[in-house]
Design a protein around this ligand. Structure first.
Ligand code: ZN
Length: 168
């Protein structure tokens, strides 16, 4: 099935470049695999409901309702394609840093990554940077494996299917 290929594609993308310096590459790799597998699980569930690959329209409200202490307001500034990533991240936050609160979350058009400000729980640690790194490999439109592309004046994480014509 398509989704198993996605896990492989992400694993490849995330192993090839390692732009973040991190203590313990093995630990980082495990974390990245957990995130990728989590996204594939979320997408599989949606595929069963006939929704994948597109995100459900009201997903920011669903996320805010599911994790009300983490999301004090729905994450409307995050593109739909990153919805699965946000679901996985919210679950991880709830497990590892339950007092955390997302202060701000938006798409950074310079880095083409998910920019996160999280307060309230020191156990958050490197999590915002790790999810930012993964987001640059997740299509902002449809959630498929993607890479960073220059479009006009911005940079965007886009898959081959969603990139505008004439952009490499
Ligand atoms: Zn796409």
């Amino acid at each position: 099935m398509m989704l198993e290929n996605e896990a492989g594609a992400w694993a490849k993308l995330l192993q090839i470049d390692t732009p973040i310096a991190y203590k313990g590459q093995d630990a980082l790799r495990r974390t990245l695999f957990d995130i990728v597998n989590g996204m594939v699980r979320v997408r599989s569930r949606r595929a069963v409901d006939g929704l994948a690959p597109r995100a459900p329209e009201a997903w920011p409200d669903v996320v805010a309702k599911a994790w009300p202490t983490i999301w004090t307001k729905p994450p409307h500034k995050i593109p739909d394609g990153w919805c699965d990533l946000v679901v996985v991240m919210s679950g991880e936050l709830a497990r590892t840093a339950p007092d955390a609160q997302v202060v701000d979350a938006f798409e950074d058009h310079v880095q083409a990554t998910l920019s996160l400000r999280i307060a309230g729980d020191a156990r958050v640690g490197e999590l915002p940077y790790i999810y930012a790194h993964v987001s640059s490999h997740v299509c902002r439109e449809c959630g498929s494996p993607a890479k960073i592309r220059r479009v006009n004046l911005g940079t965007w994480a886009l898959c081959g299917g969603c990139k505008p014509k004439g952009i490499s």
